[in-house]
Design a protein around this ligand. Structure first.
Ligand SMILES: [Zn+2]
Length: 452
């Protein structure tokens, strides 16, 4: 039947996320932002969009299917021909009556419009994800499933694409986005400006970010590696925020030494004048709200940066294995402290983390409501420290570097990590990982003497 492909990519936590049988390679979206309404819909804060997607079929499929939330789809074309559109419950099916063949590539154009709004993710964390509009100020925070509130996509981290974003706004507003600003030019209507951003590397849909408002921008370079840094702070508040993120360059240099080169062409933070309540590692442009931006300790600043390696360059193939993001970013906080502060005793710090977290349950296969709970972070970090003290520093750091280099710009699974760890350690580590990831009770941390 035509709707046989309403299933997603097969994520056990988000069964409808993404779409099976399709690889989206490149997405080019031209947005038109009308903060006062577009004069047609009469609604304030209207976003018009024309998305061009280059897709490749990885299986035979009836119709081409995408994720797009409550935005109104006006029309769609495949390879230049207008096609039928069915849009129900966030699933967009084009040309359902047509069979598409494995291996074929198609260019899909979708025109849509609406007032984008955050959606309830159902993680139980009571956080709304996706597009956040604040009058003339808007930004996105999409993890894990909010991208469809503003993008037409294959909304799952297992399918990354190059997202080229063009945004037209009234002249008095500015735009920042993931990737690098390639062009800023007069827009198609009077008193508008068009901003075009393009990333060097593919991005998972939940890590694509744009923000519209007015900003103070800074530019810098990491002292040793020379990685380009650009931050965007709320206009007029540079003096408050710049000091909080002043160590970013030193952090990039240190993490590049530990994990391998910084994975993208640019980094920075975006601070938005809102109270989102959490920070988010959008690719090349981590997001902080003003409260967190002011009070973020170096651990939080470091954590979001570390995600550029663990979570962004290497993304989870299944959301239930999110410890591969959060455990690594949390352990990176301790590695940074160990590098910076000679008096910091990482074994003592981890022993304390273990005592505080002794009650934390297994993390290898979490449910939706556990995805951002403390176990994934703390037991995840402890798992990595226990691994380091089991296999020794040489094998452990060689593993981190090989992990990052091998799966750059791809998605990963726990099974792949266990296999690689066992290879490098020269022995099977299935029992070790089974105990740390899947058993109800956390194993004790290894005690000295430790292997080198
Ligand atoms: Zn995190």
């Amino acid at each position: 039947m035509a709707f046989a492909n309403l299933d997603g990519v097969g994520d056990n936590l988000y069964p409808r996320a993404g779409n099976a049988g399709m690889d989206v390679v490149q997405v080019d979206v031209a947005f038109d932002w009308y903060p006062e309404g577009d004069g047609v819909t009469g609604v304030e804060g209207t976003l018009g969009a024309v998305a061009t997607l280059d897709v490749k079929l990885t299986a035979d499929r009836p119709g081409l299917q995408f994720d797009v939330g409550s935005m109104h789809v006006r029309s769609a074309m495949i390879d230049g021909t207008v096609v039928t559109v069915s849009h129900t419950d966030g699933e967009l099916v084009l040309a359902a009556e047509q069979l598409f063949h494995r291996g074929d590539s198609h260019r899909v154009v979708v025109a849509y419009v609406g007032r984008p709004e955050p959606i309830d993710d159902g993680t139980g964390a009571e956080i709304a994800v996706g597009w956040h509009g604040l009058g003339e100020h808007s930004y996105v925070a999409s993890e894990p499933s909010g991208a469809s509130s503003w993008l037409v996509s294959n909304d799952h981290p297992s399918d990354k694409a190059i997202y080229r974003l063009s945004v037209t706004t009234p002249d008095h507003l500015e735009v920042v986005a993931t990737g690098t600003l390639r062009l800023r030019q007069p827009g198609p209507r009077p008193a508008t400006t068009t901003w075009i951003f393009e990333p060097r590397d593919p991005i998972a849909s939940y890590l694509v970010s744009i923000a519209i408002g007015r900003f103070d921008l800074t530019e810098d370079r990491a002292p040793r590696t020379g990685v380009a840094i650009r931050h965007a702070f709320p206009e007029g508040r540079m003096a408050e925020f710049a000091p909080v993120f002043a160590a970013t360059g030193a952090m990039i240099d240190t993490l590049s030494e530990l994990f391998g080169p910084y994975p993208f062409e640019v980094y920075g933070v975006l601070v938005v004048d809102d109270s989102l309540g959490y920070a988010l590692e959008n690719q090349t442009l981590s997001l902080f709200d003003t409260d967190l931006g002011l009070n973020a300790g170096s651990a939080t600043v470091l954590h979001e940066l570390a995600h550029q390696w663990f979570g962004n360059s290497l993304s989870v193939a299944r959301w239930s294995e999110i410890w591969l993001n959060e455990g690594f970013a949390t352990y990176a906080e301790a590695l940074w402290a160990e590098q910076r502060d000679p008096s910091y005793d990482i074994d003592e710090a981890m022993a304390e983390k273990w005592r505080n977290g002794a009650h934390l349950g297994p993390i290898g296969e979490v449910d939706r409501h556990e995805m951002f709970g403390p176990a994934v972070y703390q037991r995840g970090a402890l798992t990595l420290h226990a691994l380091r003290r089991t296999v020794g520093d040489d094998a452990f750091f060689a593993l981190l570097q090989r992990w990052v280099a091998t799966y750059r710009n791809q998605s990963v699974t726990t099974a792949q990590f266990v296999t690689m760890a066992s290879d490098l350690a020269g022995r099977g580590l299935d029992d070790f990982f089974h105990s740390w990831l899947y058993e109800e009770t956390m194993a004790p941390l290894p005690q000295p003497p430790f292997p080198r």
